[in-house]
Design a protein around this ligand. Structure first.
Ligand SMILES: C[S@@+](CC[C@H](N)C(=O)[O-])C[C@H]1O[C@@H](n2cnc3c(N)ncnc32)[C@H](O)[C@@H]1O
Length: 198
């Protein structure tokens, strides 16, 4: 997807930056003056790298699900506030293997509260749709996300709860668990899509 990025700009925001395993930080620094890494939790080595970057790498700690502090189902998904403003101000925003993860912890929490499945799925879908809407509201945005998975070559199962994505500009299969890696011996593959959203 790197070839779809602008060749130059002031600021790029990377959502779900994590350990930077799937992020070409060097390539981004070659194109942009500043790289803003956005994640709920920044690993120590990434924070150290930012500290030594003379301001060219910034770690922004933020929950970008839009759920806010509510423990139960949110009344609404809110993608306003300082972190979202900074994201929207960037010349380019890249969401990297974050989208499917946005709902994992909340769904587990809601299920633990004994809430009805349909209400949980509705709330999770609204989080996923709000993420797409956020990216679409940015000047230029790229989405890279796992969209489906399968075990041992079986049928693909949707990971995005039926959320409609635009036709991917690129897609590939990622073997998350090669044979022998998982305790149950199953091979897990993920279908990853790359879409230019705005
Ligand atoms: C699969 S990892 C992404 C890997 C990462 N792109 C990399 O290159 O290493 C998902 C990331 O999303 C972050 N994340 C999950 N939910 C989040 C949320 N609500 N807000 C911000 N970050 C979140 C996790 O902390 C994790 O770093």
């Amino acid at each position: 997807m790197a070839k779809r990025l602008p060749t130059a700009g002031k600021e790029v925001a990377v959502l779900g930056s994590g350990h930077l395993h799937d992020v070409d930080l060097k390539g981004l620094l070659a194109r942009f003056d500043r790289v803003v890494l956005v994640d709920a939790v920044h690993p120590l080595e990434v924070r150290l790298r930012a500290r030594l970057s003379s301001g060219r790498i910034v770690c922004l700690a933020a929950d970008v699900s839009g759920i806010g502090a509510a423990q139960g189902l949110p009344d609404a998904i809110d993608t306003t506030g300082p972190a979202f403003e900074r994201i929207r101000r960037a010349d380019c925003v890249v969401s990297v293997n974050l989208m499917s993860q946005l709902v994992v912890v909340p769904v587990r929490r809601w299920a633990g509260l004994g809430l009805p499945d349909e209400a949980i799925i509705r709330a999770a879908r609204s989080v996923l749709e709000a993420h797409l809407a956020l990216l679409r509201s940015c000047r230029k945005a790229l989405l890279i996300s796992d969209a489906a998975h399968r075990f041992d070559g079986g049928a693909w199962e949707d990971l995005l709860l039926g959320t409609a994505l635009p036709p991917p500009d690129e897609e590939w299969t990622w073997t998350l668990a090669p044979r022998g890696e998982e305790a149950d011996g199953r091979i897990e593959e993920r279908r990853v899509v790359g879409c230019v959203l705005s």
